[in-house]
Design a protein around this ligand. Structure first.
Ligand SMILES: Nc1ncnc2c1ncn2[C@@H]1O[C@H](COP(=O)(O)OP(=O)(O)OP(=O)(O)O)[C@@H](O)[C@H]1O
Ligand SMILES: [Mg+2]
Length: 402
């Protein structure tokens, strides 16, 4: 298995951590988090309950660093989705910092406005935690343990890896299946997050009178959305190494091999750097620079003096990120690149990334192939769709139930 240099296996064949953060990230290397989520179910001995996958229809809610994003999907016919509505409502600067909801009242107000613009009758939502707020660990347990004993073991293991008091933590687990390492054992994935990270998000939804049914991880929501876009990738992604590069305010590189998520890295460079450059170049405030950037309403010298140098730096960062992936794993090449995130709409970016990396590149639209409600403006959707990857993946949780 590539990309798991940070794991050690001890005598009991349990995986142990060399680097705590790397562990969390690299665990994604080893698993499809397909059903993974933290369900709110207070009566459970653990505070959350995994794998209870029956959910009523819900709205996907991504509270990102720049906006509250909502996506509502419906079903038309067997296995086909319909985008019923979406909203992107901008947040004030620094309301969300590194995934932390720092200005909760402001965020709640923006959320209420977003919800009222969506105009849905649904009352349930799915939300996601960023990778930095999630701690994961795989453990190996005998395959004949009763549920209560698994819970006990999970709690004991969690107390070893979680650097907080256990009463500050929400914990959940999922039995992944028979262990490859040990006969008559199963692999169990435990997932933990500080309660406050979850409670902040729940508070925002509850302030709008809504109920949170699913707390997922952003990595898993991206995976779900990616699986809805496989028809865009040659051979449906089978046997391929596909890099999904999400360029929002910052950047996230997710690599799938044979459609299994094997690598996730967050980089600080992204759309914020372009806004800051506009701010500096034209002596504007950040907010004004941000507005003018999105409207492309900037002086004539913008394209040559600001945009072009930014694009050059951005494609160098992307190329470097892919090289880092290749050198830290056993994979020798990337077959395809999908660009997502609000910054991916910059003109010329797809072509520039393709030219620099030599890899076939396209913009990701998580709604491609879905029916679209008549009330949605298609031209606007085309620009907005790449930023809605996580919200779309969350909304797809509505249809987990068989
Ligand atoms: N039309 C546009 N032209 C250029 N940049 C745009 C446009 N629309 C949005 N952006 C930029 O995209 C970024 C927001 O994208 P996105 O919504 O994907 O980010 P996010 O999810 O809020 O941030 P994060 O990187 O923390 O996930 C901002 O930097 C914004 O300026
Ligand atoms: Mg984002």
């Amino acid at each position: 298995m590539s990309g798991c240099a940070c794991f050690l296996v001890n005598k009991q064949n349990r995986l142990y951590v060399l680097s705590f953060i790397e562990f969390a990230v690299n665990l994604l290397v080893m698993h499809r988090f397909f059903y993974l989520s933290l369900y709110i179910k207070k009566e459970s001995q653990l505070q959350f309950n995994l794998f209870d996958i029956k959910t009523p229809s819900l709205v996907g809610v991504d509270i990102s660093s720049t906006a509250v994003k909502l996506v509502e999907l419906g079903r038309v016919g067997e296995g086909k989705y319909r985008l019923e509505g979406y909203v992107i409502e901008d947040l004030p600067k620094d309301a969300v910092v590194e995934g932390n909801l720092t200005k909760i009242n402001e965020i709640s107000e923006v959320f209420k406005q977003a919800w009222s613009r969506l105009g849905t009758r649904l009352q349930h939502v799915a939300m996601a935690l960023p990778p930095a707020s999630v701690i994961s660990k795989k453990i190996v347990l005998p395959d004949n343990l009763p549920e209560t004993e698994i819970e006990f073991q999970v709690q004991a293991e969690a107390s070893e890896v979680v650097p907080f008091a256990m009463d500050e933590v929400n914990l959940d687990y999922q039995v992944l299946g028979p262990s490859a390492a040990l006969d008559e054992h199963v692999d169990v994935l435990l997932v933990a997050s500080r309660k406050e990270k979850i409670e902040d998000r729940v508070a925002v939804a509850e302030a709008a009178g809504l109920k949170v049914l699913v707390i997922d991880t952003e990595a898993n929501a991206s995976q779900t959305a990616y699986e809805g876009m496989l028809h865009l990738v040659p051979n449906g992604g089978r046997g391929k190494v596909v890099a999904l590069i999400v360029i929002g305010a910052a950047m996230r590189v997710i690599v799938f091999v044979d459609n299994v998520q094997v690598y996730v890295r967050d980089l600080s460079f992204g759309g914020n750097n372009l806004t800051q450059e506009i701010q500096r170049h034209y002596a504007l405030t950040f907010d004004v620079a941000e507005k003018l950037k999105r409207k492309a309403d900037l002086p004539e010298n913008y394209a040559v003096e600001v945009l072009q140098p930014f694009l050059e730096t951005l494609i160098i960062q992307i190329d470097r990120a892919l090289q880092t992936f290749l050198t830290s794993t056993s994979y020798v090449k990337v077959d395809d690149i999908l660009l997502a995130g609000g910054t991916s709409v910059l003109p010329g970016l797809v072509e520039a990334v393709s030219a620099k990396t030599g890899v076939s590149t396209q913009r990701a639209n998580p709604f491609d192939g879905m029916a679209i409600s008549g009330k949605i403006a298609l031209k606007k959707l085309e620009m907005d769709a790449p930023a809605l990857l996580v919200a779309c993946g969350l909304a797809m949780r509505s249809f987990d139930a068989p």
